[in-house]
Design a protein around this ligand. Sequence first.
Ligand SMILES: NC(=O)c1ccc[n+]([C@@H]2O[C@H](COP(=O)([O-])OP(=O)(O)OC[C@H]3O[C@@H](n4cnc5c(N)ncnc54)[C@H](OP(=O)(O)O)[C@@H]3O)[C@@H](O)[C@H]2O)c1
Length: 294
Amino acid sequence: MKILLLGASGQVGWQLRRSLSVLGEVVALEREGGGDLAKPDELAATVRRVAPQAIVNAAAFTAVDRAEQETALAFAINATACEVLAREAQGAGAWLVHYSTDYVFDGTGTRPWREDDATSPVNAYGRSKLAGEQAIAATCTRHLILRTSWVFDAWGRNFLKTILRAAAQRETLDVVDDQWGAPTRAALVADVTAHVLRQAGAQHAGTYHLAAAGETTWHAYASFAVAQAVAAGATLKASGERIRAVPTSQFPLPARRPANSRLDTSKLRRTFGLALPPWQDGVAAVARELATPT
Ligand SMILES: NC(=O)c1ccc[n+]([C@@H]2O[C@H](COP(=O)([O-])OP(=O)(O)OC[C@H]3O[C@@H](n4cnc5c(N)ncnc54)[C@H](OP(=O)(O)O)[C@@H]3O)[C@@H](O)[C@H]2O)c1
């Protein structure tokens, strides 16, 4: 299978280089070299030139707070570009694999969100991602939309790395404890993508929730990550009770965050016969990897 991978330098994209390589030839593009999602004509030309059997789109405008100001750019990348990719994939009879987010939901309640629950994003990023989903579903028959949450890994920018860096520099940390979700390692997202793409038949097209098992808060996640790093030998100033739980209201940010980011992954597990590991597995592995002196 020939695969066009877009966003190859992001957290998920970086891991996809590895996980997709067992499926065949992977043409991995970053922004340069025809992979710029803000340039629709160039993007369409790239798809035609590469002529892939599958497009895997890991590129996105992911700066949630900046999206409130740079809304047009967020929609250009997260929605318009998706429509272009969907049109090209449809014309070529190719699969389009795309990532979306729990931020398409409003975060109310405590039940994990199912794929067919009503969407109602509370910020511009969520609205742009939802518009991308809708454009793909309406345009490309062979599509797989994988909604994930709280992505982290050793490569890229994420909450886990920010917390470990802050814990090394500061005596105390305040972390919110009233938003719930499952930290999901980018490597897990990439590995599941490869499994799904390998098995996918026409009957599998649709939207799936993909997240690690279990649930936690940002505060419990931070405390666990710091404890793992300390156990692996890191010298951190803030750990244990020095990581304090605070409500979201104490952290005003430009974009509202949903309080309930839990995703029900049973459709994905049932359809593709997959098991998803507990979130602690991925966090422990990455926290220890980052803490281990090279
Ligand atoms: N991170 C999360 O917590 C999270 C949660 C739920 C869903 N998701 C979704 O999962 C997917 C992967 O996220 P991620 O965490 O891997 O994101 P990420 O680490 O922020 O990577 C995004 C990638 O998109 C690229 N990109 C941005 N604008 C571009 C453009 N105009 N043209 C081409 N590439 C562009 C970035 O390139 P540069 O480095 O050059 O900017 C970067 O490589 C996204 O669809 C995201 O919405 C993420």
